[in-house]
Design a protein around this ligand. Sequence first.
Ligand SMILES: N[C@@H](CCC(=O)N[C@@H](CS)C(=O)NCC(=O)O)C(=O)O
Length: 212
Amino acid sequence: MIEHHVLYSFRRCPYAIRARMALYQAQIVLELRELLLKDKPPDMLKHSPKGTVPVLITAKGEVIEESLDVMYWALKHNDPEDWLNPKFLTDAEKIIQENDFKFKPLLDKYKYADRHLELNAEEHRNNTLNRIENFERQLKQHRFLMTNQTTIADIAIFPFIRQYAFVDKSWFDNQPWPNLQKWLHYWLSSDVFLKVMKKYPLFNDGHSIMWP
Ligand SMILES: N[C@@H](CCC(=O)N[C@@H](CS)C(=O)NCC(=O)O)C(=O)O
């Protein structure tokens, strides 16, 4: 019988990062179970056989096994800065879907070019440029992706841009994308990101902690 919320998480996973950022923003207190992807706890797989993180099991026993759903669940409880501002939600959802289903596969091919030998790394990277330049164009118009305030789109997409930038950070820093670079820097140094990236001992080693 669960009496508090439980989050199965993996520190560096971009989906888990965005979920934790929304949970932290909403000030949700939970038990964090930090795991190794190669050694998933049987209890997590019992609740969510698809075996991806993050998975949130609420105190009521509800299983939320998609990172976006975790974000919505958290922000519907408490959204102090209006990240779910309804005015931008439809468009925010559209660019999140494009990120998850169009940009992310291209990012994976660039990041793991050694597993995708049909093209070399530079050619894989070239395939990402249209999408990255779309982000730069949006951030030229306003400080955040949808408007001058943070929306769920910034949080949902930032962990993937972070991954992208760090494949070759000096190359990324030398591209003509001042607005994207500034936005990335803003999130990398934000309190919410730094807090959710704190290192915790592994649940696999018998540790679980009340979070944040
Ligand atoms: N659509 C899922 C994707 C989550 C996902 O793919 N997470 C990766 C880690 S970043 C994972 O758990 N992969 C399973 C594995 O590597 O075994 C979500 O948004 O939560």
